[in-house]
Design a protein around this ligand. Structure first.
Ligand SMILES: Cc1cc2nc3c(=O)[nH]c(=O)nc-3n(C[C@H](O)[C@H](O)[C@H](O)COP(=O)(O)OP(=O)(O)OC[C@H]3O[C@@H](n4cnc5c(N)ncnc54)[C@H](O)[C@@H]3O)c2cc1C
Length: 489
């Protein structure tokens, strides 16, 4: 099934509990803190099934038509189809929706490639993951993933005097029908707009905390689930002209609370296994496939940032200055570097058991590392090109609605070839991307969405072919000898 935008909006009017501060949001599709972002997600649902995108963005199997981001790749062509699907979605939203509907399906597509691994956790979990994949694919499900624990709750220190059960999500009961879960999970980006959330652990879970290893999928309107939104930037956007991005693309992040929520066994994928709750993502291509989507999404955002850099340099009359061209050239080279890394993920794909062909994992992790480590620097470079222009502009677009002030504004703020209003429009866009509250959230998102910085290094460390590299050094060392030493000593 391919949902229309209208059907998607209808499907999330389901009685879910979303809180903004103490306010209970009745309907995210109508509420001023969420409605435009909901429309942006609906736009993705409509456009991916439109005739001009359908060939690329849909796939078929067993008589079923589904979104291409559920395609289980078996060839380079399949990887390219998935890439182009991610790219189109990211381009429509300028890479600003990190957890767009194509993100989590990429995890599940990787996980379902190895049902036997899930059966190794507990017999029947392999069947569960296959049915869940078919459920998501068949119903065009939009899911978030809450796989991080509340900050500050590390494994208990034996010296702690306060003995309190941590609020981290855990199983508190189980019976023939399923498990009961209780506790908090972080940080559900886009959860307010999803149908379901996948709870699990991308962070290690300590031995002894087996009940926290629960990995399961939960509908967001299930009894006991509540979604606690952070400050929503859409709500505080002054207007589309003033905050062109925050007003449309605030995907929201939320803590998700589970108060004695019942989960049937069919939706449980890991239980009582601290090793596998994290390993499922790494031993399958799930983590790499989802982060491939993230790399593609980042690339589209980078194109927007670089485009803004060029236009800002034009606006300031600085484009012909060699030093400014060097800066723009550096940004262009950075964009090409990332694009090349992503192409490598597809063109040097990896054979995976059971006939699958997946993205090159090392290149995914190298790109992830690159994005995490360069985003702030890139934004800072463009802010430097902007100078003080943004603060020379009036507080908001209301100035344009006053005839007398507008005339003054156009007289004194315009420069040859550029109307004041157009300068303000570009600077508002640039600031919303690079300086506003919304931009600040993006700064934090790009630093942390895939885990803290040191984890980025560890992904590359763990997947590096060290034996091959070190054998080369050993071979070289063996080719010469210390003075006076006999060969072989
Ligand atoms: C905007 C945003 C959206 C997010 N969306 C999602 C989502 O959709 N789903 C999801 O599950 N999670 C999401 N996350 C959460 C993300 O996965 C975590 O922020 C990340 O894993 C880091 O965990 P933490 O925030 O608890 O920071 P902490 O683990 O508390 O780390 C804080 C700082 O301490 C440092 N630090 C901590 N321990 C060590 C150590 N052992 N060695 C070295 N340094 C250390 C870290 O490097 C970091 O700088 C999101 C985060 C943000 C900011």
């Amino acid at each position: 099934m391919l949902l229309t935008g209208k059907e998607y909006l209808e499907s999330i009017r389901d009685g879910r509990r979303v809180y903004v501060g103490r306010e209970r949001v009745e309907d995210v599709t109508m509420h001023p803190a969420f409605r435009n972002a909901a429309q942006s997600f609906a736009m993705i649902y409509d456009r991916k099934r439109a005739p001009e995108n359908r060939d690329v963005m849909t796939a078929e199997q067993d008589g079923e038509t589904f979104s291409s981001y559920f395609l289980l790749p078996r060839s380079r062509e399949d990887l390219h189809k998935r890439f182009e699907t991610h790219r189109r979605i990211a381009s429509w939203t300028h890479g600003l929706l990190g957890r767009s509907p194509d993100n989590f399906p990429s995890y599940v597509s990787g996980l379902v490639m190895d049902p036997a691994m899930f059966d190794g956790i507990r017999q029947g979990f392999g069947d569960n993951i296959q049915k869940y994949y078919r459920h998501m694919r068949g119903n065009d499900i939009f899911a978030s993933h809450t796989v991080t624990n509340p900050q500050g709750w590390r494994p208990p220190n034996p010296k702690d005097t306060e003995k309190r059960t941590p609020p981290t999500l855990r199983v508190v009961d189980e019976d023939d029908a399923g498990v009961t879960i209780n506790g908090l999970k972080m940080l559900g980006t886009a959860t307010a707009f999803c149908h379901e959330t996948w709870c699990g652990n991308l962070q290690p879970v300590a031995p002894g905390a087996e009940k926290e290893s629960i990995t399961c999928a939960v509908p967001l309107n299930a009894p006991g689930v509540s979604i606690w939104s952070r400050r929503p930037y859409e709500k505080y956007a002054v207007s589309e002209f003033d905050n062109p991005l925050a007003s449309r693309f605030d995907e929201n992040d939320a803590a998700v609370l589970f108060e004695n929520v019942r989960v049937p066994w069919e939706r449980v994928f890991c239980h009582d296994n601290v090793e596998m709750t994290r390993a499922i993502y790494m031993r399958t291509p799930g983590h790499a496939m989802a982060n491939h989507q993230a790399n593609v999404r980042f690339l589209e955002k980078l194109k927007l940032i670089v485009g803004i850099a060029g236009l800002v340099a034009d606006m300031n009359g600085a484009r012909s200055v060699p030093a400014v061209q060097f800066t723009l050239g550096r940004l262009a080279a950075m964009e090409a570097t990332l694009e090349g890394l992503i192409m490598g993920q597809i063109n040097a794909g990896e054979a995976h058991p059971n006939g699958y062909h997946t993205v090159n994992r090392r290149y995914v992790y190298a790109a992830l590392h690159w994005c995490t480590n360069h985003h702030a620097e890139i934004c800072d470079t463009v802010r430097e090109l902007m100078g003080a222009g943004v603060f020379q502009m009036p507080a908001d677009a209301s100035v344009l609605q006053d005839e007398k002030l507008r005339a003054l504004f156009e007289t004194y703020w315009s420069v040859p070839g550029q109307q004041a209003q157009d300068r303000m429009k570009l600077l508002n866009l640039a600031w919303d991307l690079l300086g506003s509250d919304f931009a600040g959230r993006h700064m934090q998102y790009e630093k942390f969405y895939a885990g803290p910085g040191f984890v980025m290094n560890s992904y590359s460390y763990l997947t590096g072919p060290w034996a091959e590299w070190e054998a080369q050094v050993d071979e070289l060392l063996a080719s010469y000898h210390a003075p006076g030493a006999r060969p072989g000593t």
